[in-house]
Design a protein around this ligand. Structure first.
Ligand code: S3P
Length: 439
């Protein structure tokens, strides 16, 4: 079997004008909720990544008619909240924790059994966090002995509403419970001490579902209806983050990224980089449906190390790999604490980043819940992505500042979130080539 690697020449740049593909979190939710709505929804700006395609395919296999006009323009004929049909096979969620955890909430409310499986990485991710509240609602969901997928869901009697206090800040768990809540008797509320991304809440509102939203508490009424609506999806700030850091660490770059989602539950990366001295401006603020959007203008900046504020962790949880690259290029020390969740993402992102930064000669100290990075010069070397798209893309961006070439091994996974990464970054000046190696 062949694997894809990136080869990156040192000392390049990330400058110019770009757009990034549609938001991954919102694309999943658009497909899920438009499929359950009454009527036809047109989704524009859908992310054609392997993660989101897995969600789309799962709904097709449950009887939802979905037409593709282009890769990013999709028309969904909703079947109504009770209109899904039993799939003929297991539902394969690929690499996507979001797909698996959100779908579980929906599937627990159906009148058919289902089995959810995933790839090697997803098969080792913790699912007790969704199993616990779903069982409390009366669902029948079984995990492997160690709490990981596959997930077997059986028909249960009607779910009952739940008041659930999130034990870990997780939008996936919050969303799973709220989606199950649509099928439950009475009201289901989720309380979160730390606000997490609120795309499910916004998408439910877009599709007219009865929901009450407060800063720390969200409630849905069971037995409501979703009504179709056209949905425009903004560019993914998590993908934009690679370009942003690329421009910041470049020599004399000015980068404009158009149409980036800047939902306040997702913009922690901008705030953290600004605290490090980054020159990032938001212009042309507007909304796409319920989601705030802006164009970003980034100038190369002299970054300095900081202690990352706890309050910004949940809102930048996916951006730490690339924030660590910024920290490695900054003057002084950057410290992150209280981010143990990074160990249960697509890979153990603390361990993988420490390994890769050490290859580049960076002075880094691993902690159970974070790390300490001392900025300095970056060497080249060979780095394994650990099967994780964001690790692969982070080290590709590190090459901008590296003194020698970097090879990133196992980069096929970039297709899960940013399918045209090589094309977009090449146009901006990154010296990147893809290589297929045979094993
Ligand atoms: C996501 C929530 C986050 C994030 C993931 C996408 C979502 O996961 O890391 O990439 O779309 O709800 P957690 O809920 O596990 O923090």
């Amino acid at each position: 079997m062949g694997t894809t690697n990136f080869y990156l020449e040192p000392n390049s740049v990330c400058s110019g004008i770009a757009t990034v593909p549609g938001d991954k979190s919102i694309s999943h939710r658009a497909v899920m909720l438009a499929s359950l709505a009454e009527g036809e929804s047109q989704v524009v700006g859908f992310l054609p990544s392997t993660d989101c395609e897995a969600t789309l395919k799962a709904f097709q296999s449950m009887g939802v008619k979905i037409d593709r006009f282009t890769e990013t323009n999709v028309r969904i004929q909703g079947v109504g909240i009770k209109g899904l049909r039993a799939p003929s096979d297991k539902l394969d969620m690929g690499n996507s924790g979001t797909a698996m955890r959100l779908m579980s909430g929906i599937l627990c409310g159906q009148q058919f059994d289902s089995i959810l499986v995933g790839d090697h990485s997803l098969s080792s991710r913790p699912m007790r966090r969704i199993q616990k509240p779903l069982l409390q609602m009366g669902a029948k969901l079984v995990t492997d002995e160690d709490g990981t997928p596959p997930l077997t869901i059986q028909v249960s009697s009607e779910l009952v509403g739940l008041n659930y206090v999130l034990p870990v800040p997780s939008a996936q768990v919050k969303s799973c419970v709220l989606l199950a809540g649509m099928y439950a008797k009475g009201k289901t509320c989720v309380e979160e001490k730390t606000p997490t991304r609120d795309h499910t809440e916004r998408m439910l509102q877009t599709l007219s579902y009865p929901i009450e939203v407060n800063r720390h508490n969200v409630c849905v009424e069971g037995g409501g209806k979703l009504l179709a609506s056209d949905i425009e999806i903004p560019g993914d700030i998590s993908s934009a983050a690679f370009l942003i850091v690329g421009a910041l660490i470049s020599n004399k770059a000015v980068l404009t990224i158009r149409n980036v989602g800047v939902n306040p539950t997702r913009d922690g990366v901008i705030q953290i980089l600004q605290l490090m001295g980054a020159n990032i401006q938001l212009t042309n603020p507007r909304t796409m449906g319920m989601e705030p959007v802006a164009d970003l203008i980034i100038h190369s900046s002299e970054l300095h190390g900081i202690e990352i504020p706890q309050a910004l962790i949940a809102n930048s949880i996916d951006e730490f790999p690339i924030i660590f690259i910024a920290a490695a290029c900054a003057e002084g020390v950057t410290t992150l604490k209280g981010a143990e969740e990074l160990r249960v993402k697509e890979s153990d992102r603390i361990a993988e980043m420490v390994k890769g930064l050490k290859v580049l000669g960076v002075d880094v100290d691993e902690k159970p819940d974070g790390l300490i990075v001392k900025g300095g010069e970056l060497n080249g070397g060979e780095i394994n992505s650990g099967g994780d798209h964001r690790i692969a893309m982070s080290f590709a961006i590190a090459s901008i500042k590296a003194k020698q070439a970097i090879t990133v091994l196992d980069t096929e996974n970039v297709m899960t979130s940013f399918p045209n990464f090589v094309e977009v970054l090449s146009k901006l000046g990154l010296k990147i080539t893809q290589q297929i190696s045979q094993h």
